[in-house]
Design a protein around this ligand. Structure first.
Ligand code: HEM
Length: 227
């Protein structure tokens, strides 16, 4: 089908786009505040609670969100990944509409490592001035391992995956002439007519606000456990 017959199709609903850009902002702010240290650690904690809220939201949104934000749309069987890599995509498979089989690895990898970073932060203890709100719930030895992971491997893997993530996006732009950033900002991709769209109307957005509010209450509850 000629590309000029392609039409704008909503792929990334507004809640997913806001999730993405607020998450990116919070990760940058978490790194900066951790490097500054001292009083900036209060903001490091706040960023962590926002990331916790965002991740909890994304898990729920992966079940009830727009079609292309649902996990079911980007969990691929190994055979599909292999076929995608060999360029043997079947008609109507839509592997390049949302997260493609390679992108999905990066998405799940980032979400999992960020969840682990939040979890280890919640029980961490710097043995000077700051400890996570759930620190008193774990043994000292567990807190030590968690703190060490949080400050070393956890941080390094996140920075590495984010660098890889951005490098992949630049590769798509430069080599494949595909701009993935624009749809993550504005929501639409130009796709063949008949490509199913993500629902992104007022009911979905109201639902997203309710889910975020519930997740924020949960994160607040976690935050106040530290007293
Ligand atoms: C700390 C920084 C960042 C983090 C943690 C991050 C994380 C993520 C995550 C988790 C997703 C999946 C979105 C979802 O389905 O919920 C994603 C997708 C995406 N991100 Fe980022 N991101 C970061 C920075 C950036 C930057 C700077 C750009 C632009 C240059 C960018 C562009 C994109 C695009 C275009 C997608 C969609 C990829 C696709 O079409 O499969 N991200 N990012």
């Amino acid at each position: 089908m000629p590309e000029r017959s392609y039409q704008p199709v909503r792929v990334w609903d507004l809640p997913t786009r806001l999730f993405h850009w607020v998450l990116a902002l919070c990760i940058v702010a978490s790194v900066v505040t951790a490097k500054i240290g001292g009083g900036a650690m209060d903001w490091h904690f706040r960023c962590g609670y926002v990331v916790l809220t965002l991740l909890a939201f994304r898990v729920v949104w992966g079940l009830v969100g727009g079609r292309w934000s649902r996990f079911a749309s980007f969990i691929y069987a190994p055979a599909t990944v292999l076929r995608y890599l060999r360029g043997q995509v079947k008609p109507g498979e839509h592997l390049d509409v949302g997260h493609n089989p390679l992108g999905s690895f990066s998405v799940f990898g980032l979400l999992a490592i960020l969840a682990l970073q939040v979890a280890t932060g919640l029980v961490a203890d710097d043995e000077i001035a700051y400890s996570g709100p759930l620190n008193r719930l774990v043994e000292t030895a567990t807190a030590e391992v968690a703190t060490s992971w949080h400050k070393t491997w956890g941080q390094w893997i996140i920075l590495g995956l984010v660098a890889l993530h951005i490098a992949a996006i630049v590769y798509y732009l430069r080599r494949k002439r595909v701009n993935l950033v624009r749809p993550m900002v504005l929501g639409d991709k130009r796709l063949p007519p008949g490509t199913p769209a993500s629902a992104d109307g007022t009911p979905q957005r109201v639902l997203a606000v309710l889910i975020v509010a519930l997740c924020a209450v949960g994160a607040y509850w976690v935050a106040v456990q530290g007293g």
